[in-house]
Design a protein around this ligand. Structure first.
Ligand SMILES: [Zn+2]
Length: 240
C-alpha cells in the first residue's frame, strides 16, 4: 500500500501492528537518446509497489532526487549536492521514526556510488542518534543487491547505464516512452584517476552499454526476478 494514498489514521493503525516501511529512492538523470530521465525512478517505484503488495507493506513516497555525477550537465539530470541529499534523507528518516516505524528499508534502484554513500552516511547519522533504541534498524538495498545469475544469464552485455537491462525493463513497463529508433550502443572511455565534474564530454549519447540487445521479453523476466529477490530479502528482514 502506498503511504501517500492513506489517511494519517490508517497509517497510525498500520504502525501499531507493523513497524516496517519501504522507502524508495531514485534519481532524475539522462538515459541516452532513447529512455526518459525518470527511468531509475520508474523502475524503482514499480519494483517497490509490487514488493509492498507481496508483503503487505507500506511503501513511502519515492524520493526522486539523488546524486549521479557522471550524468550531470545533460539536460534533465537533476543533481543534489551530497550534503543536501544526506540531510534530506536524514530528515525523512527522522519523521518515519517519530511516526513509530522501527525498521526503515531504503531501496535504491539507482546504484551510483556517491548516491549510495550519501544514503549510508545519512543512515549512520540517524542510527547514532537512536543508538539507545535497539529496536531501530535501518537497511539499504540497491539494485546490485537484487541482481543474480538468472538476470546476468539473460543479458548479452554488461548491465550498465541505459544499456540492455534498463532498456529491456522499460520496453516491458512503458514501451511508449522508449524511442526504439534512437537506440545506439556506446562504451565511453573516461580518463583514468582524474576527478571529473561530469562525464559528458566523454559520453556522446549518455548510454554506457549496449541497449541494442534489449527486448521486452527479457525485461519481463528481469523485473520478475528483481521483485522476487527484493521480496525475499525484505521477508527475511521482517522475520528477524
Ligand atoms: Zn538508470
Amino acid at each position: 500500500m502506498l503511504l501517500e494514498n492513506m489517511t494519517w489514521k490508517e497509517i497510525e493503525d498500520y504502525v501499531r501492528k507493523n513497524k516496517v516501511i519501504l522507502i524508495p529512492t531514485g534519481v532524475y538523470e539522462e538515459h541516452g537518446f532513447h529512455l526518459p530521465v525518470s527511468t531509475d525512478n520508474d523502475i524503482g517505484m514499480y519494483i517497490s509497489k509490487k514488493v509492498g503488495d507481496n508483503l503487505d507493506l507500506i511503501v513511502a513516497p519515492l524520493i526522486p532526487f539523488g546524486i549521479s555525477r557522471k550524468t550531470r550537465e545533460f539536460p534533465g539530470s537533476i543533481m543534489l549536492q551530497f550534503e543536501t541529499f544526506k540531510h534530506l534523507i536524514e530528515d525523512i528518516l527522522i519523521n518515519y521514526l517519530e511516526n513509530g516505524f522501527k525498521k526503515l528499508i531504503i531501496f535504491s534502484f539507482h546504484g551510483s556510488s556517491n548516491h549510495l554513500m550519501a544514503l549510508n552516511e545519512a543512515a549512520y547519522t540517524i542510527k547514532r542518534k537512536w543508538r539507545n533504541e535497539p529496536d531501530v534498524h535501518i537497511y539499504i538495498i540497491s539494485s546490485k543487491d537484487i541482481s543474480d545469475n538468472r538476470i546476468f544469464k539473460l543479458l548479452k552485455s554488461i548491465p550498465i547505464h541505459s544499456g540492455e537491462l534498463e532498456t529491456s525493463i522499460m520496453l516491458y513497463l512503458s514501451e511508449n516512452l522508449v524511442k526504439i529508433d534512437k537506440v545506439i550502443k556506446e562504451e565511453p572511455k573516461f580518463p583514468d584517476y582524474e576527478l571529473l565534474l561530469t562525464g559528458r564530454p566523454w559520453m556522446k549519447s549518455g548510454v554506457m552499454g549496449d541497449p541494442v540487445k534489449a527486448t521486452k521479453e527479457k525485461g519481463e523476466s528481469i523485473i520478475k526476478f528483481f521483485i522476487e529477490n527484493l521480496t525475499n530479502k525484505i521477508r527475511k528482514i521482517i522475520e528477524n
